[in-house]
Design a protein around this ligand. Sequence first.
Ligand SMILES: [Ca+2]
Ligand SMILES: [Ca+2]
Ligand SMILES: [Ca+2]
Ligand SMILES: [Ca+2]
Length: 297
Amino acid sequence: MGFQWRVVGVVLLLHAAGCRQILGLEDRSIDASVGVQDGAPPDLLDDLDDDDDTIPDLSDNCPTKANANQYNEDADDRGDACDVCPGDVDNGVDADGDLVGDICDPHPGTAGDHIVLFEGFHDGIPSTYTATNGTWTSDSDDVVVASGADIVATLTFPNPATMAHTYIVGKAVVGTIHPPAANGNRVGIVIQWDQPTISGIACAIGLPFGATQATMELRDSPNVTLATANIATFVEGNVIDLRADKLATTYGCTSEPAGTPVNVSGASAVAPAIPHVGFRTRSNSARYKWLMVIESP
Ligand SMILES: [Ca+2]
Ligand SMILES: [Ca+2]
Ligand SMILES: [Ca+2]
Ligand SMILES: [Ca+2]
């Protein structure tokens, strides 16, 4: 038998044995019984791994979206890559179908919002981030900062959102509070911030110097306060949800350290050339769990 005939014989034997996948002739009917087709070229794993990320469909926390790392910030049943609210456990309900879950969606009844950045710090602090002052380290999927008395420590990243309307959301845990120096203690998020000029807009809660009542502040540059509101106690171990929104030159700041959101808003003339988002800490240590940017119409 010549070489060509031997090849034909092997092909026919494999086909007869049901090995169409080995020949690149995947049987799509098998795939459909396991999961949703990903539309990718057939391969040896495709029947059991629709998104070709090497994680079998049955154990993949995003079976139709490639996410080999399987990161899952809120430890629910959906990975960060396909979770409509990746930072907080939610029920997956997304009434307007824009892939931002209702409890995360700034406009849950109107489609058009979308998550443009979710950073859970699973791989530490990304090399694209800029840390200034303080000591920034990573620990167990969180970012930890130690900022000495009266030291302003920031960690920033260029804002990936291009629309005028963006929401920046973060979760922080208050660490060791240093005795207040000239400007008090704060834990917050940066809405727009320029490095290294340390000017911009920030949303934070803390204790102003000499105060006993914790305050939420919307700050414009290091020394100007646009708006404040009294808020629950600022103590070590507090878990703080912070949300800042930017609409042109108008900014809002919402904090929820004790179940009841407190809001402040104001207008600013500060407009950093390259808007950066991130974290800002003063006279305090803190643990930041994640950062999310949502773009809205
Ligand atoms: Ca997979
Ligand atoms: Ca996947
Ligand atoms: Ca999740
Ligand atoms: Ca939605």
